[in-house]
Design a protein around this ligand. Sequence first.
Ligand SMILES: C[S@@+](CC[C@H](N)C(=O)[O-])C[C@H]1O[C@@H](n2cnc3c(N)ncnc32)[C@H](O)[C@@H]1O
Length: 245
Amino acid sequence: MNWHTRYTQQAKWSRDLRAYLFHKVGLHEARRVLEIGCGTGAILSELPDHIQLQGLDIDPAALAQCRIHVPTASLIQGNALQLPYLDNSVDIVYCHYLLLWVRDPIQVLLEMKRVTRPGGHILAFAEPDYAARIDKPDELIPLGKWQTESLKKQGADPGVGARLAALFFEAGINMIETGTIQPVDTGPSPEEWSREWEIIESDLQGALADKDIQKMKHLDQRAWARGERVFHVPTYFAWGCTCHE
Ligand SMILES: C[S@@+](CC[C@H](N)C(=O)[O-])C[C@H]1O[C@@H](n2cnc3c(N)ncnc32)[C@H](O)[C@@H]1O
């Protein structure tokens, strides 16, 4: 799996939302911007380089990739649960598909809040709720259930998105705007479909017989071709600030 390609594909799903929110929080005037769980740099690499870009990730292999894609960023290996940054030291801190992977998302949000200067902004761009996933036609419903189970086995909390606003509240972050990302309804390109199935096949390997996986793959392909496929995972965002404190 080429993780940078995968993360770049995921980044497309939230592109319009990021453009809207980065505009709202005054990204271009910001001096220091930090991504927690920056991965291979799919998002950091899109940010203007007159800003001091900072990124943190727990995975050294992802950071090595990030160094290639965002050579100007200052990158640190560390844990989101205990950020190695000073209080009030950044203007904007954000994460993207991170909170589902952490043991204690409130602790991460508390840390994001701690490092943000008064009047700064905290953004969680994309956290899914796989419990509310919609699959059509109905014969593809088991695929969603199996994938959600697989995420749980990998240590993720697949339902974190639906709790995102409550998590911000519990972390004492003043909420400005929250909601779900509008899905792009055009369906995947053939390359995206193949990559998606690479993930599904690796997720389900061992848990299901190969013939059952191949049957789902065939049903999925046929449903897309006939325009019958509906695949929707409600994915939440939240924008908060350290204002009015
Ligand atoms: C799905 S990837 C998203 C990467 C990037 N945010 C993006 O959207 O392209 C999640 C990232 O979070 C990192 N991660 C998971 N748990 C973490 C933790 N406790 N502290 C820091 N990073 C963590 C993973 O190593 C991975 O790179």
